[in-house]
Structures are given as C-alpha cells and as structure tokens.
Design a protein. Structure first.
Length: 73
C-alpha cells in the first residue's frame, strides 16, 4: 500500500492532466443521456400499422421531416 501511494505522489503534471481527462470522458459517457435520432423513410409505417403501433407525433412534418427527436428517459 505504501508503494502505491508513493507512485501516486510521484506523478507529474501531464500524468494528472491525462488521468483527469480520462475520468471526465468516462463520466460523460456514463452519466450524460444520449440523444437518439432516427431517419424515417416511410418503411416504419408499413410495419407499425399491422403491429398496432402509432406515431407519437401528430403532424406530418414532425413525423417525416424532423429526423431527430431527443430521447430523455
């Protein structure tokens, strides 16, 4: 244990900066919700109808021309 603490205190500025950047990237990847977008080329409506599914968007523009809907879960 003493040896590990000794090595941590010997790290220089660049090593601490690199470790901090890695930690920030990991936190960003794990904790920030992703925004999921999906392009609709009219194939989905052919599949959704027989399955009893419907769009949440009410207008045609929202369904087919705004390809990005952020998913906040």
């Amino acid at each position: 244990m003493h040896r590990v603490a000794h090595v941590l205190f010997e790290l220089g500025y660049l090593e601490w900066l690199t470790a901090g950047a890695v930690v920030l990237i990991i936190v960003y990847q794990l904790l920030i919700p992703l925004a999921i977008g999906l392009a609709d080329n009219y194939d989905y409506s052919r599949i959704m109808g027989p399955l009893g599914l419907e769009y949440t968007a009410s207008s045609r523009d929202e369904r087919y021309f705004n390809y990005f809907n952020p998913a906040i879960c």
